[in-house]
Structures are given as structure tokens and as C-alpha cells.
Write a protein that binds this ligand. Structure first.
Ligand code: HEM
Length: 199
């Protein structure tokens, strides 16, 4: 195959609505992480009160009550943005066009066009973060209202497992942001990245 026949996919037009939701998810995710680490520091998940904690610069809120205020206020923005995004992609059938599909699986298994393969990886990665973000919300909800959602908390075996699972969504999300940013640039260059942020 010569270089000319290896075509890059065109940069997809992004709707302003999706750009706004995408931006809100990024901002609220970082607030959730910073304030979550502040709450973590009050009683580290690993090792109890004298366990390993995070440096002040990585946290938001100043102290436990401040961290909790940020966390519990922003969780509404975070959860509702995801909910609205979910409803939007279902109603507009966007998930069929934009999310990992059978064609992507085919491209990864037998495809010869390297650009198309990178694009399929890129779609697989951003499709894969959705269940992680939903897990972050439900495991958080199970800790926020353990009496009302005892059936939900019960799914996570015990409190320490629940805390650990909720905590693990932080490194996964941070790693995701890094890989997703790199893959976006590899898949469509800065043009694709700009298409998701420019009005
Ligand atoms: C903070 C966490 C982030 C999450 C959860 C996230 C999630 C997503 C999702 C679900 C999509 C698909 C949207 C759709 O078309 O319906 C997407 C697309 C995209 N994201 Fe992110 N994103 C995040 C951060 C970022 C960052 C930091 C960048 C770049 C600096 C970025 C760049 C892009 C680009 C360029 C697309 C368009 C992909 C395409 O149309 O092929 N994202 N993101």
C-alpha cells in the first residue's frame, strides 16, 4: 500500500452542545478529583489515619469540610451532565456514529489502514471511560447515602472495598485524560482537538 492510499479520516463536525457537555465533564471531573483527594486525606483509604496521603497542591477545599462541600456540590453538575449527555446520544442516535462499533472491531482485527486503526483505538478508549465514570458516581452514591442506598452499598462487598473501588476511578480517569488526549492528537492532529474545544 502506498502512502497516498492511506487516508486520514476527515475531522468530524462537533455540535456546540457536545462541546459544552465535554467541557463541563472535564471541569467537573477535575473538581471532583481535587476535592475527593482532600476528603481522602482526612482518613486515607490505604493505611487509615496515619496512611499515605496526597500533597496539599493536589487537593481542593483546604480542609475536610471544604473538600466535602466542593465534592457534594460538583457531583450534581458531573452526574447531570453525564445524564444529559446519555439522553442526548440515545435520542440523536449519536452513539451509533461516534462510539466503538463492529466496524472499529473489524478495523482493529483485520484493517490495513493505520490511521483508521488509531481512530478505532481512540473510539474504544473514550467509549470505555463511560462505564468508569458511571461506576465513580454509583460507588460515590453508595457512600454518600449508605442508609438509603444500602442495596447499592451491599453490592460492593464491604466499606473498604467500596472506598477502594471509588478511589481507583481517580487514577483510571487521570490516565484516561492523558491517553485520550494523545490518541485524539494521533487520530486527527490538533485539528481534531480544536474541533472539540473551539466554538
Ligand atoms: C476529562 C475527561 C474527558 C472525558 C471523560 C472525555 C470524554 C470524551 C467522550 C465521551 C468523547 C466522545 C464525544 C462525542 O463525540 O459524543 C470525547 C471526544 C473527544 N475528546 Fe474528550 N474527554 C475528556 C477530556 C478530553 C481532553 C483533555 C481532550 C484534549 C485535550 C479531549 C479531546 C477530545 C476530542 C478531540 C474528541 C473528539 C473525538 C472525535 O470526534 O473523534 N478530551 N471525549
Amino acid at each position: 500500500m502506498n502512502k497516498q492510499s492511506i487516508k486520514s479520516p476527515p475531522v468530524p463536525p462537533q455540535t456546540n452542545f457536545v462541546k459544552i457537555l465535554h467541557g463541563l465533564i472535564i471541569i467537573s471531573l477535575f473538581i471532583m478529583i481535587g476535592s475527593g483527594l482532600q476528603i481522602y486525606n482526612a482518613t486515607p483509604v490505604f493505611g487509615g489515619k496515619s496512611g499515605w496521603s496526597f500533597p496539599q497542591w493536589a487537593t481542593l477545599g483546604g480542609w475536610l469540610a471544604g473538600g466535602r462541600s466542593w465534592h457534594f456540590t460538583t457531583m450534581w453538575v458531573f452526574a447531570f451532565t453525564l445524564l444529559i449527555y446519555g439522553i442526548y446520544i440515545l435520542l440523536t442516535q449519536r452513539w451509533k456514529r461516534k462510539f466503538f462499533s463492529e466496524q472499529d472491531l473489524k478495523a482493529l482485527k483485520v484493517g490495513k489502514n493505520p490511521k483508521r486503526r488509531i481512530y478505532s483505538w481512540h473510539r474504544l478508549i473514550y467509549t470505555g471511560i463511560i462505564p468508569v465514570l458511571i461506576l465513580a458516581i454509583f460507588s460515590g452514591l453508595a457512600m454518600y447515602k449508605p442508609a438509603q442506598f444500602h442495596w447499592l452499598s451491599g453490592l460492593f462487598i464491604n466499606w473498604q472495598t467500596l472506598r477502594t473501588i471509588h478511589f481507583l476511578t481517580v487514577p483510571i480517569s487521570l490516565l484516561y485524560v492523558l491517553v485520550h488526549t494523545i490518541m485524539g492528537i494521533r487520530a486527527g492532529g490538533l485539528r481534531l482537538t480544536r474541533s472539540m474545544f473551539q466554538p
